[in-house]
Write a protein that binds this ligand. Structure first.
Ligand code: HEM
Length: 178
């Protein structure tokens, strides 16, 4: 049976989302309506910083700009990238808590979370292993990271523009049908 967004894709369990929606924490976050726009702005701000710096690192690991040295900037870039990611996660959780049912049922919300976990496993479990001394594997892992985080962006955009299927529309006569 199609769900509220008109498809039957797997999503977070409805029971969990309904429970979350009625917790004190969620009701408190919901009361912060005036700063909802600020959460959204900070989420995008974090995303911009995180992706910008990730791209710098991964494009270099792909083998581009081979003659320019990145070593001196490595620590500040990594620190800023990790801070931007932390901001993205904290504000993302606030956006989720604001409307757990509406957000959690979005077609690409569960895939987005799975991709984020994959991206983190890749960053901490693969990219830091000794096998990355091999140039081909390093390039491959840089490409994987870029694809995963680009898919996270795609899933997020999908969710942000998705609107619930209005049951009334199903019964409304299509004006194009004479
Ligand atoms: C635990 C981590 C995260 C959570 C819980 C989260 C949650 C959310 C929520 C609830 C929204 C509002 C749209 C919707 O209904 O889905 C959103 C928007 C968005 N998220 Fe995330 N997010 C997280 C991490 C990320 C990451 C890592 C990225 C990118 C690398 C990202 C990129 C975006 C973008 C581009 C939007 C669209 C914002 C807009 O149109 O205003 N998010 N996120």
């Amino acid at each position: 049976m199609p769900d509220v967004y008109g498809n039957s894709w797997p999503h977070l369990p409805v029971g969990l989302l309904v429970w979350l929606a009625t917790t004190d924490l969620r009701l408190w976050v919901y009361g912060l309506r005036p700063v909802y726009g600020l959460f959204r702005f900070l989420h995008l701000f974090g995303v911009a910083g995180f992706l910008g710096m990730l791209m710098l690192i991964e494009v270099k690991r792909l083998g581009f700009f081979a003659s320019s040295s990145f070593q001196a900037m490595r620590l500040p870039v990594l620190t800023l990238m990790n801070s931007a990611f932390a901001l993205t996660v904290v504000t993302g959780l606030a956006l989720f808590l604001y409307d757990p049912v509406g957000v959690g049922l979005h077609t690409m919300f569960l895939p987005k979370l799975v991709l984020i976990v994959l991206g983190l496993i890749h960053a901490y479990g693969v990219e830091r292993t000794p096998m990355m001394r091999n140039q081909s594997l390093r390039r491959l892992s840089a490409a994987v990271a870029l694809v995963v985080w680009t898919l996270v962006m795609g899933a997020s955009t999908w969710n942000a523009v998705e609107r619930p299927l209005n049951p009334a529309d199903v019964h409304r006569v299509d004006p194009r049908v004479k």
